[in-house]
Write a protein that binds this ligand. Structure first.
Ligand code: 9YW
Length: 421
């Protein structure tokens, strides 16, 4: 163990301070120089413990990037920093869509902002903050329900980057089905040679870029993209967080005395939770799986995302017992929990095996919600010990505990503050 908890907390706070810009925190000074959606939400969770004003500001800045239709974009380009591809020109989003406050990407990320806002409110009791963010949070949940759901229950996304788990093996089948053509671009995410083995392959990137160019060619017309995009998936992680978002929204409305809105969002959470339980369970794999709406088939892959509907309280009794067995596979490593446990697992490459702090944080909460307290404690202990021994790395090898990706990574620092609060 390197240093005691307090020293590590001090270092965590200093990582967040050095990554802070004007009202928001960048994920990593060497890799991601803008505001990312769910990164900021996780940062706010940690900051709520040490600097509540900064936590509330983080969330408000993120909501300032919200599109007119309610989408909260994956990236808000608040500065003209270089060193990241694709930048605002590549996305080509018009000010009509964004509202003109800031240039953004054309996709979203899992709706962690809503539970993060609730967390900041619960810790501060700041009613002015609650009332200021409630309309934007409601518009965001409403956007998912109306623009991003075919049935009003499960929600879909149309880019691997929108799932937050870019090169998860779950996306292999839909990505294999289309030819990206001859896409020319220069990657910026492999600053040194070691990174090549730790980041998505060019095969994946070609498809990410082709999907961005398709969006721009169709002027980000949602209806046409729903019909024409080769990648439209109901991601289990996004849906689990959508349930949490609706529950958080309902709780905030109840607290503000709006019982009607509280009941409405509680009903939405119930509908999406039930749909996960009844339609996204894979009994053979013993976890929940995402669904490809283009080919109309499940994406049956053992990704850690498939354990996260626990966070939404989805499992029935049978699923819960089966999940306990599956969980033992994810815990059979020196460091839990790998992002993927299939045959072609790659412990050093991004979402194909490494452990991520944000996923562990969600998983710990999910396991507690379904009563797996011992397993939850194990996930927490491993997360804390990885940071103490390897630092605030972006991700970690589950077999050796070695840090991977960039260093001084914001959500690793922020969640350490929450893990050890
Ligand atoms: C990208 C910023 C983001 C995270 C994602 C992670 C990665 C690549 O980095 O995405 O260029 O957006 O997969 O979850 O939000 O940390």
């Amino acid at each position: 163990m390197r240093g005691n908890t307090d020293e590590t907390r001090d270092r965590a706070a200093s990582v967040l301070e050095s990554n802070r810009r004007d009202g928001y925190t960048i994920p990593s000074a060497t890799l991601y120089p803008f505001q990312w959606n769910w990164d900021s939400a996780f940062v706010a969770v940690g900051l709520a413990r040490t600097d509540p004003e900064a936590a509330k500001r983080e969330i408000r800045t993120l909501l300032d990037s919200q599109w007119r239709n309610g989408m909260v974009p994956q990236i808000a380009f608040w500065s003209d920093a270089g060193g990241y591809f694709p930048g605002p020109e590549e996305w080509g989003i018009s000010a009509d869509r964004t509202g003109g406050t800031v240039r953004t990407s054309g996709i979203t990320q899992p709706p962690m902002v809503v539970p993060a806002a609730r967390h900041a409110y619960d810790l501060t009791g700041d009613e002015a903050f609650r009332d200021a963010v409630l309309p934007a949070l409601r518009d965001h949940c409403e956007w998912w329900r109306t623009e991003r759901s075919d049935d009003g229950e499960l929600v879909w996304v149309r880019h691997p980057w929108a799932t937050g788990m870019d090169d998860s093996p779950a996306w292999r089948a839909p990505l294999e089905r289309f030819d990206p053509g001859d896409v020319e671009y220069v990657r910026e995410d492999r600053k040194d040679e070691n990174f090549a083995a730790q980041r998505p392959t060019d095969w994946d990137y070609d498809r990410y870029v082709a999907l961005v160019r398709q969006g721009r060619a169709l002027d980000w017309d949602e209806e046409r993209l729903r019909r024409e995009s080769p990648f439209v998936v109901e991601d289990v992680l996004t849906n689990a967080l959508y349930v949490r978002a609706c529950e958080s929204l309902s709780a905030l409305f109840a607290d503000a005395g709006d019982d009607e809105a509280a009941a409405e969002w509680d009903a939405q959470a119930t509908a999406t939770r039930r749909a996960l339980r009844e339609r996204r369970w894979d009994d053979e794999l013993g976890l929940y799986v995402s669904y490809d709406l283009v080919s109309d088939e499940p994406l049956s892959v053992p990704s850690v995302a498939g354990l996260l509907p626990t966070l939404a309280g989805a499992p029935d009794d049978h699923q819960r017992e089966r999940l306990r067995e599956t969980l033992s596979e994810f815990l059979a490593y020196d460091y839990a929990a790998p992002s993927y446990v299939g045959p072609d697992v790659d412990y050093d490459r991004y979402w194909r095996g490494p452990v991520w702090q944000n996923v562990n944080w969600l998983l710990e909460r999910g396991l507690r919600r379904v009563g797996f307290d011992e397993e939850a404690a194990r996930v927490r202990e491993d997360s804390v010990s990885l940071i103490r021994s390897a630092g605030f790395r972006e991700y970690f090898n589950p077999e050796t505990g070695a840090g991977r990706g960039s260093d001084r990574f914001s959500w690793s620092a922020a969640l350490y503050l929450d893990w050890t609060a």
